[in-house]
Design a protein around this ligand. Structure first.
Ligand SMILES: [Zn+2]
Ligand SMILES: [Zn+2]
Length: 138
């Protein structure tokens, strides 16, 4: 009985500790991600408000929000490290691509373990090729 209680308390404490640590990191990741992604895109006031509310942690599922920021963070990092000025599938140049698209190239995670920030794990591709890669995987 007492053993069970201690175990429960310990679990709660460790959950509380990890929760706090993750949400701190999560906040940083999100602001990094948004800063990079929204370059050159004008957001409406309303959209901006929604974004900052999301960052403040109002509403939504805590776990999903964290995973979202986590994933974005690694994709952002991968882009900094392995981003290419050419699509690695069709070879279109980023410069040319940006003339007809408002977004930059995507980073495709090969192993799906986006924590592996290594060259082999990432493809820098245009969205069309990125979609094709995912279609082939299905
Ligand atoms: Zn491409
Ligand atoms: Zn992908």
């Amino acid at each position: 009985m007492s053993y069970k209680r201690t175990k429960e308390i310990r679990k709660k404490i460790s959950e509380a500790l990890t929760g706090r640590r993750l949400s701190e990191e999560h906040k940083n990741h999100i602001s990094d991600g948004t800063r990079g992604k929204n370059v050159g895109i004008k957001l409406s006031e309303d959209h901006r408000k929604k974004l900052s509310e999301a960052k403040m942690g109002k509403g939504g599922n805590k776990c999903n929000r964290w995973m979202g920021g986590f994933k974005d963070y690694y994709h952002q990092k991968a882009k900094e490290l392995f981003g290419s000025p050419y699509c690695q599938e069709c070879n279109i140049s980023l410069e040319e691509y940006l003339q007809s698209h408002k977004h930059s190239f995507d980073m495709h995670c090969v192993s799906k373990d986006f924590r592996a920030l290594q060259q082999w794990n990432w493809y820098c591709v245009c969205r069309k090729c990125h979609k094709q890669i995912h279609r082939m995987e299905k």
